[in-house]
Design a protein around this ligand. Sequence first.
Ligand SMILES: C[S@@+](CC[C@H](N)C(=O)[O-])C[C@H]1O[C@@H](n2cnc3c(N)ncnc32)[C@H](O)[C@@H]1O
Length: 380
Amino acid sequence: MPSINLIATTTFGLEAVTKRELMDLGYDNFKVENGKVEFEGQIRDIVISNLWLRTAERVLLKMGEFKALSFDELFEKTKALPWEEWIPEDGNFIVEGKSVNSKLYSISDSQRIVEKAIVERLKTKYPVEWFNKSGARYTVEVSLLKDIATLTIDTSGDGLHKRGYRDRAGDAPIKETLAAAMVLLSYWNKDRVLFDPFCGSGTILIEAAMIGKNMAPGIDREFDADKWAKVPKEYWSEEKIKARKAIDHSVKLNLLGCDIDRRSILRARDNAANIGLEEDISFFIKDMRDVDLYDEYGVVITNPPYGERMGEKEEVERLYKDFGQKFKEHDTWSIYAITSNEKFEELYGKKADRKRKLYNGRIKVDFYQYYGPRPDRKEG
Ligand SMILES: C[S@@+](CC[C@H](N)C(=O)[O-])C[C@H]1O[C@@H](n2cnc3c(N)ncnc32)[C@H](O)[C@@H]1O
């Protein structure tokens, strides 16, 4: 069977984490660029990658890539691509676009040209004058970067961060994909205690629980490509059955989350229950300063308030100082915190072992990593 090219899109800074996930799923041969990891596969890999990738934003099917300096060139080269292999006669195709540093800078014109070219191509295959678009959705994207046009169809539909467990977002929830990346970038594993002292709606702990139990992040949601004629329905049912069987129900996790805000904790409990993980995480209402920790070699992964709103700055600065003070007493713990507050290390009272630049939505943040000693050192 001829292979297809897929692109896992990511937020900037997470390409290497998504590539590692793809390697763990058994793929090789990658092309990594800003915000995307391209890999080869078969049709079934549309299903597997959508179901299993925790840190990717979407999985796109790459239809073609070519230089386009004029609208004529864009039209002809788009029309030469085999759209009918994917889009059926009733396919509801829409075209989105973006353009960066390209001669064809008008996004709306590029979208219009691409749509026209696809219509012309499809007309040569289907005997109709007009497409009623009553069927499944096919979101085509024309992405122009330095005069190179990349044409894709989105297989995911809703962004992959929408796992389906979070129906009521909190005040400042972190994206599920970023939360999963923080866990994957840490040295936490399912045998270690994990504590989120500013847990909000519980995203980081829920993602960790899914990782600890080997639960596919997409197990409870739908995707655009699950309605595509070209992707056999049984691929979806088979891979979902496999994913359900892969969940390790025997794993006993030690996951704790506290928040000072009662509503956040109720929301976190609801979210965990939505995905059947309510037994795996203890959420409690408390100021993190008042939490007693008895374990050693625990891990903190957290997204504290950033103090960006008026009037919050001083309070957050005090909070970071107290946070640092608290974990000074627990020096076997490893601490991972994400924040946009550039004074974090100074306030926390210690320079991080490693700092990584990431994005939380549009906010530029740093992921501060403080590595505690390995648990086995003590035993050794
Ligand atoms: C950026 S939000 C965390 C969002 C969370 N990652 C999520 O996905 O929903 C920060 C949280 O810290 C909580 N918080 C503020 N001060 C606190 C304190 N002293 N102790 C515990 N939680 C606190 C806030 O109520 C808020 O929910």
